[in-house]
Design a protein around this ligand. Structure first.
Ligand SMILES: [Fe+2]
Length: 189
């Protein structure tokens, strides 16, 4: 079993103040959402805390882990940049803290979601987007929907994410489209 206080100390040195504080706020938002949707509060909190633990790794650090754990080399490609930090974190939480498979998946795909997500994965995806420190166009509606209809909230977040990335000439990883398509087809209006 993991200990949140020990994990906090453990991840601290790899994160800037900005990223560490974001992680704490994602943990808080994940806890609120877990209570609201009767999900596993401890799992939501600790996944929220650790989801970005590798986001500030250097390319060399990423290469080392990819080599060590025999992970797909494509993770280093620029189009997988956003996916890579979640993927690498999901390997480390499994190795270091014995997180369960549902937690590993929630962390691995926290930037894009994945089709047929469980409630833990949905909460981590959303908590990352709407935590209290974030401010971008459309966030108030995302926050409102997050506690009303979690699937619709994720659809809105993905659409906003795609729009925002397009403006910066970045294409969202294809997993984001797969998640969106799945949710749009399975959500009753
Ligand atoms: Fe994050």
């Amino acid at each position: 079993m993991w200990n949140i206080e020990e994990i906090k100390k453990d991840i601290r040195s790899n994160l800037s103040d900005y990223r560490y504080n974001h992680s704490l706020r994602v943990m808080e938002e994940a806890e609120r959402l877990a209570k609201h949707y009767h999900a596993d509060i401890e799992k939501c909190k600790v996944c929220g805390l650790t989801h970005d633990m590798c986001k500030e790794f250097t390319r060399e650090e990423n290469e080392k882990i990819i080599e060590e754990y025999n992970l797909p080399k494509e993770l280093l490609n620029s189009e997988n940049k956003n996916l890579a930090h979640g993927f690498i974190a999901s390997i480390l939480v499994s190795e270091k803290y014995n997180f369960t498979s549902d937690m590993i998946l929630a962390i691995r795909y926290h930037s894009t979601g994945y089709p047929n997500m469980d409630i833990l994965a949905k909460i981590i995806y959303l908590a990352d987007k709407i935590e209290k420190g974030k401010d971008y166009p459309g966030i108030e509606e995302e926050r409102y929907l997050a506690y009303k209809n979690i699937d619709k909230a994720i659809i809105l977040c993905l659409n906003n994410q795609i729009k925002h990335l397009k403006e910066k000439n970045i294409v969202i990883n294809k997993m984001g489209y797969k998640t969106l398509k799945f949710l749009e087809e399975s959500t009753i209006n």
